[in-house]
Design a protein around this ligand. Structure first.
Ligand code: ADP
Length: 426
């Protein structure tokens, strides 16, 4: 079964956000972790999001990785490929949005590419080529102080021109409000003038639906989850979707096995969720100092779980209150302590899977990334949402057999998130 929509995401959390948006808007979607092995067997899906980490790497590396992801997606039948970027257009004058967009256009035989980071649901809108973050122009928003990509110019036509070889164009809101025909005509005129990347305005979801409809008739587009929403809705309207709309039910077919929760987020929400979990499940609070000192604390945690896990889910948490975190950071350094604890929690997750855990909830963005890497899970089918932005995930092509996971950013989910997640995972 050929896929209809392919996407190359420039970072992992952006990939998850897009995959979840596509699913909610009617596409059965798989998210891969890196460029998949050629032999990866996909379930019957409409869309595949290939997660890369190319947002802040040298442009030539980003182009090479995106090009091989594109080949993989085209071989699987993708007629359209969305290059998924951040909705705040994170990039520098050296790239990578311009170089990757131009390379993908070239690989597809040339032509103009619609580019928009607009995502109204999160307050990202584009008007006359200027990106607004909430009520502020990009260059007055907190993004002006971003540690990797400080954004000092809200005019995306200028921003993108500085990182592109060809001229950059604009499709403004007037054309978009006039409908798909007007946008297509503008795109054709820009193409004839030698323009590759075309910044598109979008303020409301209906603007993204118009852009999605036009983009689908071209081989490549560049945008954030908002453009993904437009593409998904256009595909559903076209009647081409094999699943006839979202069918996430089979993503949560029971997998059996044991269940566990591993937490590394120290966010307020996660700390409260752990307190609430303590009322109904055994919770082990790891000693962060001992975790950093050597493998004994990990071994102790696994043996603690071993005595309890056959009776029901257990929770193992490195999470701590801000004072404890700062103390550890001042002793060992912020990066070093964070990384060491991520390694420890990922080993604990992997050992729990060795013991038969097939339903796993991980709290913390970095903590989840480290766990997924250690478990070497090649891809996920996106299931229904447990809480906004957090779907149930079903592994695809996993060596240990099918597993269900919930990977939660620290602040996401209500106070009973852990029980709510496990209630959807059988
Ligand atoms: P969030 O999604 O809340 O940002 P992350 O997992 O991305 O959560 O980040 C939390 C970071 O804090 C990770 O690097 C984790 O290893 C680290 N960490 C976890 N527990 C502790 C602790 N007790 N002391 C210091 N750092 C910790």
């Amino acid at each position: 079964m050929a896929i209809l929509l392919g996407s190359i995401a420039d970072d992992y959390t952006g990939a998850s956000d897009l995959a979840n948006t596509l699913t909610k808007n009617g596409l059965r979607t798989v998210q891969t972790v890196g460029i998949p092995d050629p032999s990866l067997a996909l379930p019957d899906v409409d869309a595949v999001v290939v997660s890369l980490k190319i947002r802040s790497v040298p442009a030539s590396d980003a182009v090479a990785a995106a090009a091989s992801a594109e080949r993989w997606l085209r071989q699987r039948g993708a007629g359209h490929v969305l290059y998924k970027i951040c909705s705040t257009f994170d990039s520098t004058d050296a790239g990578n949005i311009g170089p990757v967009t131009e390379a993908l256009s070239e690989a597809a035989g040339g032509g103009s590419v619609l580019v928009t980071p607009a995502f109204p649901e999160t307050g990202r809108t584009v008007y006359l080529g200027h990106l607004f973050v909430g009520g502020q122009p990009l260059n007055e928003s907190p993004l002006k102080d971003h540690p990797l990509n400080p954004m000092h110019d809200a005019n995306l036509v200028r921003v993108l021109a500085r990182q592109s070889r060809n001229a950059v164009g604009l499709v403004d809101l007037t054309a978009i409000a006039a409908g798909a025909g007007a946008v297509k005509a503008r795109l054709d005129a820009l193409r004839a003038a030698g323009v590759t990347a075309v910044i598109a305005d979008a303020i409301f979801e209906r603007d993204l639906e118009t852009l999605g409809e036009v983009a689908l008739k071209t081989p490549v587009s560049t945008g954030a989850s908002g453009l993904g929403l437009g593409l998904a809705r256009a595909l559903v309207r076209s009647g081409l979707i094999s699943s006839g709309g979202a069918t996430t039910a089979d993503a949560i077919r029971p997998v059996g096995g044991l269940s566990a929760i591993v937490a590394g987020s120290c966010s307020k929400a996660t700390l409260h969720q752990l307190d609430v979990a303590e009322r109904s499940m055994p919770v082990l609070r790891l000693d962060p100092e001992r975790l950093l000192a050597g493998p004994d604390e990990i071994a102790a945690a696994i043996s603690w779980a071993g005595d309890r896990i056959s009776a029901g889910p257990v929770v193992i948490a490195a999470s701590a209150v801000p004072e404890t975190v700062s103390r550890l950071q001042s002793l060992h350094g912020r990066e070093a302590s964070g990384h060491a604890i991520e390694t420890a929690t990922s080993i604990i997750a992997a050992e729990l899977v060795e013991k038969g855990v097939r339903r796993l909830v991980v709290a913390g963005g970095e903590t989840s990334g480290a766990a997924v890497d250690r478990l070497a899970i090649p891809a996920f089918l996106i299931g229904p949402e447990i809480a906004p932005g957090v779907p149930v995930l079903r592994t695809v092509g996993n060596a240990q057999g099918d597993m269900l996971l919930a990977l939660k950013s620290g602040n996401f989910g209500g106070e009973d998130f852990f029980t709510a997640a496990l209630a959807m995972m059988h």
